[in-house]
Ligand binder design. Sequence first.
Ligand SMILES: [Cu+2]
Length: 298
Amino acid sequence: MIFELEMNQILAAESQNTQEKSNDTSAVSTFATTRRKVTPFAIWVIAFGLVFSGLDLLYGISGDLPKLSVSSDPFLDLMVLFIVVCFVATVGTILQKAWGYILGALASISFIVAANAINSWIPTLSHPQDYNTFIVADSIVPILVLVAILAVLCILNRKKGLDKKKYLLSPRSFTGVLTVAIVALVVVGAVVGASISSSAKSTSGTVVSISIVNGAFNPSSSTHFVPATVTLVIGQNNTVTWTNNDYTIHTVTSNSNLFNSGLLNHGNSFTFTFMTPGTFPYHCSVHPFMTGTIVVVQ
Ligand SMILES: [Cu+2]
């Protein structure tokens, strides 16, 4: 909704601009001569955003790639598909083809929506102590929002020519300001997140281990998360590591969206540092009958 509003404002401002410019024939001819020579700024931003997201995710799943041939993890398959689409869309965008913009827009929008269903981004962003998840939310998500906006604008303006719109052609425009703002947000977020994360870990004392036991997938099993209830004292032992010792995929998902491991394969673990006192029930989103509780005291 906000983007739609902003886009309408930009479009309104631009149509005013174009009207002014059409009175000035020299400006029009300058635009005409620069055509074909200059790759619009928006194209570079989309291409950079897609390559960055593709490489970031490739790095993120690089440890899981050997499992690709043996596991039937749909999450991993989807990630690989997304990475391939990112790189194909980059080529199409640089060639300034309609399919390139469409693929770029579809990839970025579907990634934000699909990934948000697995790991809600807003609560993740407010808890940088889970740094591995935080850094994906802090870098890929804002960059793909920018990619999605620009790709849609390229689709809408491709017939008239991207060089007819200053905000697509030049970095000295709204797009340039937005790009700098988002890159600054990502960098500042990463630095602040890293310092919060490291200070959280250095003050959290002993790490508490919780096992997702072999056979936890079975509803009739009496044990799932072991121990099922854990009491933590801030400053003494407020970091927890869950390890999946079962041979089925599980998650560690907070009932209140405070934390979410995403899908954990056999042997994978997830670490979270609790910074506020309270009672935090959690479950496995694949097997909702698997439940546990973390109690945090000051
Ligand atoms: Cu499970």
